[in-house]
Design a protein around this ligand. Structure first.
Ligand code: ZN
Length: 484
């Protein structure tokens, strides 16, 4: 349905069709010596250079998935459209990126900056079709009334690959709410798909939509976090959530509280002020929501109940930026969250990642993982045994942007910089959550950000650093916008 990017991609198209994979891999291995003889400057360590604005983040997830020897990755490209590429670990070849849909966010009249909220989320269904959710920032006026909140821009959209495990051609399907933003897609063991998102702009409920037919149809949105006017101050209750698969039929949610000040009615105006850390689980079989102690919650959850029942950490005056959650081998949740003063505000201040874990009785909170050298960090983690926690963080070391492993062997009491994966001078890196089912060579996707250009180099980074590509294949058509 959508046009291919360019002829080069068209040439590579057969790579993903199973029948021709063997032939192509023979051809590619035949070319191996030719590639090796070329000077090094024809090989680069990024796979695309047309990332646009803020092209990826922790919240829109998974941004990539490893499946049958191939890592599929996505990011925001020109005109904020979703782009998808794939790396075959066996043949060591890339395909794509291909444009998987058309975003309204990048095509607004009078656009003077990137919106950056409609970054793509990837899911592969049980039939092998690849789904991309993208383009939303609360819906627009022309979409009518949002019954679960307010509106802002864009339209939340869904594209499905035309053929299983083939990223070359996509079809846009109209089966999710246009009001969504911050898509998070989870497939349960029985194949059911849950799409979580905020149903509108700040003053909206968080919801999920369920599909039992590989994402061809979705049930109506169900609210689980309630937005609500406060009666004590001029503000609304609002939330930010990160949703992941728990054990068995369970889904886990970690979230923080956004105090959504009335803009003009208050002296301070609206800010990105967020506080605290919360945690709860959703049993998809019984429909029950519970806190970490197993107490049943009344849904959708209101602030008053959340403060009593789901609070992990009261950060007081400190601000937060919520992160991810996973279970350890004891079945207890671990949480990543950023904590700092005026975090996210223009005044700056430390924005450092902390690790929190439940030990069966209480929540244990770490010091900032990398405070010795940085004032900023963002990332995700892997946990096995309760004491063995490993973060991949994007942080800064002087004027360098760095991606590195940080390891704790004592359950988060202390972290050490274990291995550096990528470093660039005069740059910062945006980072995704861990790729689903990640191959060790391809854990996260990162975007190199520079003040001088809106174009972002996109890297697929694993335990051996970034996966390389030929310069000519990583050089792509860019967004024509001049703003940064
Ligand atoms: Zn707000």
């Amino acid at each position: 349905m959508l046009k291919l990017n360019n002829l080069k991609n068209n040439f590579l198209k057969p790579l993903l069709t199973v029948g021709s994979l063997i032939i192509i891999s023979i051809v590619m291995s035949g070319c191996g010596s030719v590639i090796a003889e070329k000077p090094n400057e024809t090989i680069v360590d990024y796979f695309a250079d047309n990332g646009t604005g803020n092209p990826l983040a922790v919240v829109q997830h998974p941004a990539g998935e490893y499946h049958n020897g191939v890592t599929y990755v996505s990011y925001q490209g020109p005109f904020e459209d979703p782009y998808v590429a794939a790396y075959n670990h066996k043949t060591e070849t890339w395909v794509g990126p291909f444009r998987a849909g058309t975003s309204e966010l990048g095509r607004r009249d009078g656009r003077t900056k990137f919106d950056n909220h409609g970054k793509p989320t990837v899911l592969i269904d049980d039939a092998g079709y690849i789904h991309i959710f993208y383009g939303g920032h609360g819906g627009d006026k022309h979409h009518g009334k949002n019954l679960l909140g307010n509106i802002h821009h864009g339209a939340n959209k869904h594209s499905i690959s035309k053929r299983p495990l083939d990223i070359t051609e996509w079809e846009e399907v109209d089966n999710i709410s246009v009001f969504g933003t911050y898509n998070q897609a989870i497939k349960m063991d029985n194949g059911d798909i849950y799409l979580f998102y905020r149903h509108g702009a700040h003053r909206s409920d968080w919801v999920y939509q369920k599909s039992t037919d590989n994402g061809r149809t979705f049930a109506e949105p169900e609210s689980f976090l309630k937005h609500k006017r406060r009666t004590d101050i001029k503000a609304m209750d609002s939330w930010y959530a990160w949703v992941g698969k728990g054990s068995g039929d369970e889904i886990m949610v970690t979230f923080d509280y956004h105090i959504c000040w009335d803009g003009k009615a208050t002296k301070r105006g609206h800010t990105t002020e967020r506080h605290d850390a919360h945690y709860m689980t959703f049993n998809t079989k019984t429909g029950e929501w519970k806190n970490v102690r197993g107490e049943t919650l009344t849904m959708p959850l209101h602030r008053e109940d959340a403060e009593k029942q789901t609070l992990v950490l009261d950060t007081g005056n400190d601000w937060t930026f919520n992160g991810t959650t996973y279970l350890d081998t004891d079945g207890y949740p671990h949480i990543a969250t950023n904590i700092g003063k005026d975090l996210g505000a223009k005044t700056g201040g430390p924005k450092l990642t902390h690790h929190i874990r439940w030990d069966g009785k209480e929540w244990l909170v770490s010091d900032a993982i990398n405070s010795a050298r940085s004032t900023i960090s963002r990332g995700d983690f892997v946990v096995t045994e309760p004491n063995d926690v490993q973060f991949i963080l994007s942080d800064e070391d002087g004027s360098d942007g760095v991606i590195a492993w940080w390891q704790s062997k004592d359950g988060g009491k202390s972290f050490t910089n274990k291995k550096e994966l990528l470093r660039r001078n005069k740059a910062t890196f945006a980072i995704t959550s861990m790729i689903k089912n990640a191959h060790p060579d391809a854990r996260v996707i990162v975007a190199e950000k520079s003040r001088n250009t809106p174009h972002r180099k996109i890297y697929l980074v694993g335990d051996n650093g970034p996966i390389k590509r030929e310069l000519k294949d990583a050089t792509l058509e860019k967004d024509q916008s001049t703003f940064n």
